[in-house]
Design a protein around this ligand. Structure first.
Ligand code: SAM
Length: 278
């Protein structure tokens, strides 16, 4: 499938389809920012730690969503920029980090000059279907710059696989595309893409990733804020999606404990080559 074939509300799209991403990802930006994104915090903290993010790093977060990762990088002393296709998510990110340079745009055409950043991160933003974005990331990094990416790993084998299962209510073509998008998590796939784009010192790391929710209704509401959920709702309707997701989560309720869904997420750390001096 060509990347241009990806539906406008899907998780990732190329221009001009990226302009439609907001339909799926931005329509419940406040719920996404407060109910869904905070559940990813372990991943952000782990990758920032592995990359040694801090002062005086200039950091860009690609597909930054509502900008929680940017806020955490600022807390470590980095000066931050971000880009996302969803204007409504970017509005939240700017509200959270008014001093950061956060733009609405396409990850395949980053609106920054060559060698603008010491560090680039992307949390489940670069997928098997978006390899061209890697070349852009390489371009905006300084020589010796660090990159940290995360991608979904072996979701089906994860104890928390149930939490992503409602996405499969989307039509068959969109489910197939969701599968193509997680291809970068397969053994060797991300390493190969990074090497092909000219990165060195490529390391694959396991990244902690656990979604936790207080109850099935909150879980369903949080899940409903995402692009893949929007695709499922287009197929079965919002009420059906929410009911099905709530029912599924009810089976996972444990007395006195949160709903907990650990999901396999893979991290890739790498560098651009140092400048060769004569
Ligand atoms: C799985 S979410 C990850 C968001 C955020 N990194 C997080 O950790 O929650 C994917 C994000 O990619 C954004 N996106 C999709 N296609 C894009 C594109 N072509 N350029 C920039 N952002 C894009 C969506 O708006 C969404 O915020």
């Amino acid at each position: 499938m060509k990347t241009d074939d990806i539906g406008p509300a899907g998780a990732v799209a190329t221009a001009p389809a990226w302009r439609g991403v907001d339909d799926g990802w931005g329509r419940q930006a406040v719920d996404f920012a407060t109910l869904s994104e905070p559940a990813n915090c372990r991943e952000y903290v782990a990758v920032h730690h592995r990359l040694g993010v801090g002062e005086p790093d200039r950091l860009l977060d690609v597909a930054c969503g509502a900008g929680l990762a940017i806020e955490l990088a600022r807390a470590r002393g980095a000066s931050c920029a971000g880009i996302d296709a969803s204007p409504r998510l970017v509005a939240v990110a700017r509200d959270r980090s008014p001093d950061a340079d956060i733009r609405v745009g396409d990850m395949h055409a980053l609106p920054w000059a060559d060698a603008s950043f010491d560090v680039v991160t992307s949390f489940r933003g670069i997928w098997g279907t978006t390899p061209a974005a890697m070349a852009e990331i390489r371009r905006v990094l300084v020589p010796g710059g660090r990159v940290g990416l995360t991608v979904w790993g072996h979701v089906k084998k994860s104890p928390g696989a149930w939490a992503l299962a409602p996405f499969r209510m989307a039509d068959a073509a969109k489910v197939a595309n969701q599968a193509a998008m997680v291809a970068l998590g397969r053994p060797g796939a991300g390493e190969e893409l990074l090497a092909r784009t000219g990165f060195v010192d490529i390391t694959r790391v396991t990244v902690p990733f656990v979604w936790e929710f207080p109850d099935p209704e909150t879980f369903a509401r949080a899940l409903a804020t995402t692009g893949p959920a929007y695709e499922a709702m287009q197929q079965v309707g919002e009420d059906h999606f929410l009911r099905a997701a709530t029912e599924q989560a009810r089976e996972r309720v444990r007395d006195g404990l949160p709903l907990r869904a650990p999901i396999d997420v893979v991290g890739y750390l790498a560098r651009t080559p140092e400048m060769v001096t004569a």
